[in-house]
Design a protein around this ligand. Structure first.
Ligand SMILES: *[C@@H]1O[C@H](CO)[C@@H](O)[C@H](O)[C@H]1NC(C)=O
Length: 490
């Protein structure tokens, strides 16, 4: 097979991911821009929007700080073109993801595992995005590849802990996955327990020092973001503002979507592991990690597909390593058909999600920046009449212009019957517009969705359509199939 010949080269994995940057051209979630590029842009160029998370200090600056290093270099070289600001961080993530895929291969040493990983649509869709979940997933793969599994050459090594520490800085919830794995490490290690304790202590101290230093520096006062994060999200239930799902959502929707067809084989693998547990310590601990993590995540009301992405490598490891031990085997041709089915279904999903679904949200910003709407975008001002964070923001324009969108801050001050600005607008668009744009200069550019147009017809009398961009066949609430850009009549 082709894979067998090219598999061992790191170059192959990196090129595979870099190509995927150009396949995946769509918008997934706001955090990809608003919690990363936007903040880095603000750090280096002095303008950029900071969402409420940054006012409450619940996000760590460590991740945007890494991106800001590339921005700073581009600024010094006077190469700070918007296109480079958009793509360089993605290329950097693609290289990390490619390296992670390669390390995953050196760990599993399995062709099937690498096919399930490289063609998993969800990983393909996310692997080059500037999401902390993406970096977390790559780092998980790297850490697993040097984890002190029984009989592995890393049996005596605790190096993986440095990666885990860093991961927990950029995403505090990573702690959850690593609790069972670290317990396993502590009980299985041939090392002296005092020596191990010292290693953990040293690691925790170093991690705290660099994360607190970076955050305190950029927030301008002493800040320990994981604690603030915990207070806001867990004690005050703020995350529920962004939607809740029932307890079984990860089982019924999350896993099937993220893992895809191989999930059907998973119960067989679990039975096998339970039967032969004495010989399968790595599989047992992976399974415990998965069950424990899903159990905890299921208690948190706000659930998203991307949150369980770091479990993907463990799933693939379990499925493929158990299959190769089974007495029962699919015949060679059945196995090929199954793999082919898996690949084809995933490629189709990638084409839709990566090239079609929600592309208008990004195209709009690019077309506007490139002058397809007004000749001189740096002199325009923009109003977004659509759900909050529907598009990337300053990071995709690199123009210091005035822009306003409908905010969606959670109920931070505990007002009874709280409505955020976007809710307020969608309840009664005319009322909101009258209140905010009465007797004042109207914004030069208006961006909205086609399904919102009939709601704001009176207001639109002042505007003429400038550009209509396809967005999606399956719009979410309050967003439409097409993205529409209007220009003020003079
Ligand atoms: C960006 O524009 C605002 C408003 O005009 C101005 O106050 C601010 O100083 C500008 N920032 C930079 C870095 O140019």
């Amino acid at each position: 097979m082709l894979i067998t010949r090219i598999r061992t080269t790191l170059k192959f994995f990196i090129i595979w991911r870099i190509i995927s940057i150009f396949v995946v051209q769509t918008y997934y979630v706001p955090d990809e821009y608003w919690q990363s590029l936007e903040i880095a842009h603000q750090m280096v160029f002095g303008y950029g929007y900071k969402t409420w998370e940054w006012q409450l200090k619940i996000r760590s600056y460590v991740y945007p700080f890494l991106i800001s290093i590339t921005y700073k270099l581009l600024a010094i070289l006077r190469l700070d073109y918007a296109t480079l600001l958009i793509y360089i961080p993605r290329v950097a993530q693609a290289i990390v993801s490619g390296y992670a895929d390669y390390k995953f291969f050196t760990w599993t040493k399995s062709d099937s595992a690498i096919i399930l990983l490289e063609f998993n649509w969800f990983w393909y869709y996310c692997a080059t995005r500037t999401l902390t979940n993406t970096l977390e997933t790559s780092l998980t793969m790297i850490a697993l590849s040097i984890f002190p599994w029984k009989n592995s050459k890393y049996r005596n090594s605790s190096k993986f802990l440095w990666i885990v520490g860093f991961m927990c800085v950029i995403r505090p919830t990573s702690v959850i996955i690593w609790i069972p794995l670290c317990i396993y490490h502590i009980f299985q290690t041939p090392k002296n327990i005092y020596k191990l304790f010292n290693e953990y202590l040293f690691l925790v101290l170093c991690t705290l020092v660099y994360s607190i230093s970076i955050d305190s520096y950029f927030y301008g006062e002493f800040t320990f973001t994981p604690w603030e994060f915990f207070k806001v999200n867990v004690l005050n239930d703020i995350a529920n503002h962004y939607g809740t799902h029932n307890y079984f959502w990860y089982l019924t929707s999350g896993l099937p979507v993220v893992i895809g067809l191989p999930i059907l084989y998973f119960p067989v693998a679990v039975l096998h592991i339970i039967k032969h547990w004495q010989f399968l310590s790595a599989q047992i601990i992976s399974l415990v990690t998965i069950i424990w993590t899903l159990g905890i995540y299921s208690f948190l009301p706000h659930k998203e597909f991307r949150f369980i992405m770091p479990l993907l490598p463990l799933f693939i490891f379990i499925t493929t390593s158990v299959y190769s031990r089974q007495k029962f085997k699919f015949s060679a041709s059945i196995k090929q058909i199954l793999l082919l089915l898996f690949i084809i279904s995933n490629v189709l999903i990638v084409f839709y999600t990566g090239m079609v679904h929600q592309r208008g949200r990004i195209d709009a910003m690019n077309m506007f920046r490139k002058g397809y709407v007004v000749d001189n975008p740096s002199e325009a001002d923009v109003l977004f009449l659509m759900p909050c964070h529907s598009t990337p923001f300053y990071s995709h324009l690199h123009l210091n212009i005035s822009m306003r969108f409908l905010t969606c801050e959670p109920n931070l001050k505990n007002h009874p019957n709280y409505l955020d600005e976007a809710d307020y607008f969608f309840n009664n668009p005319t009322k909101w517009l009258d209140k905010n744009y009465n007797n004042c200069t109207l914004p030069m550019i208006l961006m909205t969705y086609d399904n919102i147009v009939p709601l704001i017809e009176t207001f639109l009398k002042n505007y003429q359509p400038a550009l209509v961009l396809f967005n999606t066949y399956f719009p979410q609430t309050n967003s439409g199939e097409n993205f529409v850009i209007y220009k003020r009549k003079f």
